[in-house]
Design a protein around this ligand. Structure first.
Ligand code: FES
Ligand SMILES: [Fe+2]
Length: 396
């Protein structure tokens, strides 16, 4: 058998596009990094040039319509016009993608009105340049960002990871896969002194705003932590073997409400297009991890820590993020996720009861993601009962 015929694209049967869902806003780069020099960046497989001119920002496909040179090697030749000129022959494009001049052909050239390249709508919020990756008209970005950003007096702190060699779909499965945290991350500062489960049960449901999936762990009231923080596995022994240093009680995650709507619904959420929303243990404090596809095999994560803070509390929050959270969570904690997800190889899966949230997420994403105009038929339906991705008995 040829090696390639053994490989199974585990997401192919779910019809989840390898480069991500296009009709969404994505965080592209920190605003502070877009200065005079144009930036070349890859997102969802597209090479994009982002540049700033007198405060405003533009984004175009990084390929000149003339003979394909990189616009990102050019510059804004006409300050104040938000145009970028190709370094080769000076074809000049505005932020809508319209060619406005072909410099070496002179100001009378009839060419410019006939040439247009792909432009990406941009917005700046919370110190980030956001790019609309869709072919359809952009949804207003303020309607689109997850609810934690809308908390009054939101203080938004950000760490952007270097690229991870992992496909975005694997990252999203990891977001919704709550039970791994109790095992994989039990030695991190977040959990090291906490009483954590050795095992549990999970369920998942669609969020009330229909934009994502919420996972619930041990919802049944009989599931006392004390019964589940240590267990004897037949013929093997106890796990964990010791737990005497775990004295901190697990605090209940907050039901966080903004303008009458819950921000996080009391559980970890995974939202379209590829966003984890994780409530923290203080009121209205949320960790948002946004996996942005670079290409088929890599992502970068925009890791936001968000809380309502004013005055001196805002300063302290920033210090907490810079000196503690950014290291313990954004590097150490999710660094373990990086190791697990980038180490996964192609091949068949054997899903189990603990994967129910993963299945609910994949099905939700397939059924509910926004489609490019005219391509609705490409993503028609989730696998039907008879062609379920895993037979029902595999889930018992
Ligand atoms: S390739 Fe860009 S102007 Fe010629
Ligand atoms: Fe994790």
């Amino acid at each position: 058998m040829a090696p390639e015929s053994r490989s199974t694209d585990r997401y192919g049967r779910w019809q989840l596009p390898v480069l991500g869902f296009t009709e969404y806003w994505y965080p592209a780069i920190k605003s502070s990094e877009v200065k005079g020099k144009p930036i070349r960046i890859q997102m969802l497989g597209e090479w994009i040039v982002i540049w700033r001119d007198q405060g405003r920002v533009g984004a175009l496909v990084d390929r000149c319509a003339h003979r394909g040179a990189r616009l990102s090697q050019g510059r804004c030749q006409f300050p104040g016009t938000l145009t970028i000129s190709c370094p080769y022959h000076g074809w000049t494009f505005d932020e809508t993608g319209q060619c406005r001049a072909a410099i070496v052909e002179g100001p009378g050239s009839p060419l410019p009105p006939k040439v247009r390249i792909r432009a990406f709508p941009v917005a700046e919020r919370y110190g980030v340049v956001w790019v609309w990756m869709g072919e359809g008209s952009p949804i207003p970005i303020d309607d689109e960002l997850p609810k934690p950003f809308k908390v009054k007096d939101a203080c938004v702190e950000l760490y952007v990871t270097p690229p991870w060699q992992v496909n975005w779909r694997i990252a999203c499965d990891n977001f919704i896969d709550d039970l791994h945290a109790r095992y994989l991350h039990r030695g991190t500062p977040k959990f090291i002194f906490k009483r954590v489960r050795a095992w549990g049960t999970v369920s998942a449901h669609v969020a009330s705003d229909k934009r994502g999936v919420i996972v619930k762990v041990d919802e049944d009231q009989a599931a006392l932590l004390s019964d589940r923080e240590q267990a004897t596995y037949p013929g093997l022994g106890k796990f964990p073997r010791f737990k005497w240093w775990r004295f901190q009680k697990k605090k209940k995650q907050m039901n966080q409400v903004v303008a009458g709507e819950r921000v996080t619904e009391g559980g970890n959420g995974t939202y379209l297009p590829s966003v984890a929303v994780i409530p923290q243990f203080s009121p209205l404090t949320t960790f948002v991890q946004w996996a942005v596809p670079i290409d088929e095999a890599s992502i970068r994560n925009f890791c936001f820590l968000i809380a309502p803070r004013k005055g001196i509390r805002r300063v302290l929050f920033r210090l907490h993020h810079a000196l503690y959270f950014q290291w313990t969570q954004d590097r150490l904690f999710i660094g373990q996720d990086k190791k697990m997800t980038s180490g996964q190889s192609e091949g068949p899966e054997r899903l189990s009861a603990s994967d129910i949230p993963v299945i609910v997420w994949r099905r939700f994403a397939l059924e509910n993601h926004r489609r490019p105009p005219g391509q609705e038929q490409l993503f028609v339906r989730p696998p039907a009962a008879g062609e379920d991705p895993e037979p029902a008995e595999a889930l018992t």
